[in-house]
Design a protein around this ligand. Structure first.
Ligand code: ADP
Ligand code: MG
Length: 316
């Protein structure tokens, strides 16, 4: 099977919303009047972002999910995406599973694949998503102010725990492993929550590199610090049963959570909870924003804790 036959068979679906989709030199997209285009890309490389053991269907899901998570963090509504993929050879069972997982998630968000590029090479996948957001309501990393609450969606750390099991540094019984493995391989992008937080959250970021590092990005861009109640960080019962050290690593330095970390004024607590209920996702207040540009952790009693692992950095 050649390049063009492959594209046609696995990626060439007729556009519905886009004016022009796969097949021409460019895709042509309409953005509603008054909306701003939101664009984000993520590159996934085998061995670095995913293991060769991942089912193709889950890889297809995750490749799109991590991109949709960026739109969620911006409060944008997804419109369409492109896919650039390189693979060592044409493996039809891989392509069938990969495209099935990717299109299933795309359909659940009402978006379509409108173009891309396909080449031979080591397996790597780059998706670019396009979304739209009202300019004055886009959620940015820079809007956190002293006194604002710090919130997180869902639960943190399971994806990292699964990675530790794959690495052989942790062991879990089968059902618990399947649960955390699902978190690692099938993250649910928090798009409805991001949209519900428009005009409500003062800043937001999606957690892809661990709470400590990603919160650090918000602090730097907002020119603020934060105090995190470590005991309040939501975690699964599986993670809560692990050693204190491992929990800390998974919760703070984890990565691959794809939950939203956001801030909002304390006066908007009820509105935040209502937005989360509307989006059908749990949110937890885990601390607050400080004027002093430092990241501090306290325990449930408010006593300072000496924990601050760094987030993930590919080149550090
Ligand atoms: P170009 O010469 O402009 O790079 P290509 O020959 O690479 O175009 O691709 C032909 C068409 O197929 C283009 O419309 C391109 O967007 C689309 N395409 C290529 N690879 C993919 C892919 N993996 N997924 C979706 N569309 C693709
Ligand atoms: Mg090309």
């Amino acid at each position: 099977m050649g390049e063009f036959e492959l594209i046609e068979k696995y990626f060439g679906r007729a556009p519905r919303r886009a004016a022009v989709g796969v097949g021409d030199d460019c895709a042509l997209l309409d953005v509603e009047p008054g909306m701003r285009l939101a664009v984000s890309s993520d590159l996934l490389v085998e061995g670095r972002h995913f293991l060769s053991t991942v089912a193709p269907e889950r890889l297809g899901h995750k490749a799109l999910a991590v991109n949709l998570s960026d739109l969620a963090a911006c409060g944008a509504e997804p419109l369409a995406f492109t896919l650039a993929i390189s693979m060592p050879r044409v493996d039809e069972s891989f392509l069938a599973g990969f495209s099935r997982g990717m299109f299933a998630l795309a359909e659940s968000h009402g978006i379509e694949l409108v173009g891309g590029d396909t080449t031979a090479g080591p397996l790597s996948i780059c998706i670019t998503v396009f979304g739209q957001v009202p300019p004055e309501q886009a959620l940015l990393r820079s809007g956190a102010r002293p006194g604002h609450d710090l919130w997180v969606s869902g639960r943190l750390g399971d994806a990292r725990l699964a990675l530790e099991v794959f690495r052989g540094t942790a062991t879990l019984p089968g059902s618990a492993f399947e649960e955390v493995r699902r978190s690692m391989e099938c993250p649910e992008p928090r798009v409805p929550l991001g949209i519900a937080l428009r005009g409500l959250a003062t800043s937001a970021i999606d957690l892809s590199d661990g709470l400590a590092g990603d919160l650090g990005h918000v602090m730097r861009l907002s020119g603020v610090g934060a105090t995190v109640d470590y005991d309040a960080i939501p975690r699964s019962t599986v993670l809560a049963m692990q050693s204190a050290e491992l929990q800390r690593e998974c919760l703070l330095a984890g990565g691959d959570d794809y939950e939203l970390l956001f801030t909002a004024p304390p006066s908007r607590r009820d509105a935040v909870l209502a937005a989360a209920a509307e989006a059908q996702v749990a949110v937890t207040c885990i601390g607050g924003i400080d004027a002093e540009d430092e990241l501090r952790f306290v325990d449930g009693q408010g006593r300072p804790m000496d924990v601050a692992p760094r987030g993930f950095d590919h080149f550090a």
